[in-house]
Write a new protein. Structure first.
Length: 222
């Protein structure tokens, strides 16, 4: 294939990312990821911030993972300062998929405690994927400070993030199990249950934790 032909195909793919049809945008993102080209990166990052369709966003993320991290990561880190919540959330999601730890310093406490649940949840997943060895306990403390906050979906995401850090979370969980706030105690107990029994459902774990808190017991006391 000649270079002019390649350029024409590239331009069509880039134009397709802005098409009014989500199926066309999906195919365009697939085409861009199938034939990675540094010229695509800015447009992919730009579309991540505004793309309304979940499946297209996932394909945009996949397309970005197909490009060199040395070129994509700095662009995505820049998006973490955006005022647009979707830009921050999708950039964090993509960074977690790329898995390049040069992005770790950009996963700030502000992102981990973002007022927008979707941004915070994406930050938790990215942090767990990127945290350097030896810093897991410190991350666990930041995450555990949010035990008991949000709805069930947010709480489940936080539990999963903590559990992904492994046994290092236990000192922090034990402290939360004796917190004066019942919701924090419940969430900590449920998280400990899921750590011990990954097959236990979150709803069941929470309901069990509620009963234990009502009885004034902790997970260690059974």
């Amino acid at each position: 294939m000649t270079r002019p032909q390649e350029d024409t195909i590239a331009m069509r793919a880039l134009q397709g990312l802005e098409n009014g049809s989500s199926s066309v945008r999906l195919q365009a993102a697939l085409a861009v990821g199938t034939a990675p080209d540094p010229r695509f990166i800015d447009k992919l990052v730009e579309r991540c911030a505004i793309e309304p369709d979940f499946y297209v966003r996932e394909m945009l993320t996949w397309a970005l993972t197909r490009h060199a991290p040395s070129m994509t990561v700095p662009k995505l880190v820049g998006e973490l300062r955006s005022a647009r919540t979707q830009a921050r959330s999708q950039a964090l999601h993509t960074l977690s998929k790329i898995g390049d730890r040069q992005a770790w310093p950009a996963i700030t406490r502000a992102l981990l405690t973002d007022a927008d649940d979707e941004v915070a949840r994406s930050a938790w997943r990215a942090a767990v994927a990127l945290v350097p060895e030896g810093e897991e306990a410190e991350l666990a403390e930041v995450l555990a400070a949010q035990l008991g906050c949000g709805g069930r979906t947010t709480q489940l995401s936080l539990s999963r993030a903590l559990i992904a850090l492994g046994e290092v979370i236990m000192p922090t969980l034990r402290a939360a199990m004796t917190d004066v706030e019942p919701r924090r105690r419940q969430h900590a107990i449920a998280t400990e249950r899921l750590l011990r029994d990954p097959d236990a459902g979150f709803e069941l774990a929470i309901e069990e934790a509620k009963r234990m808190v009502a009885l004034g017991r902790t997970a260690q006391e059974g």
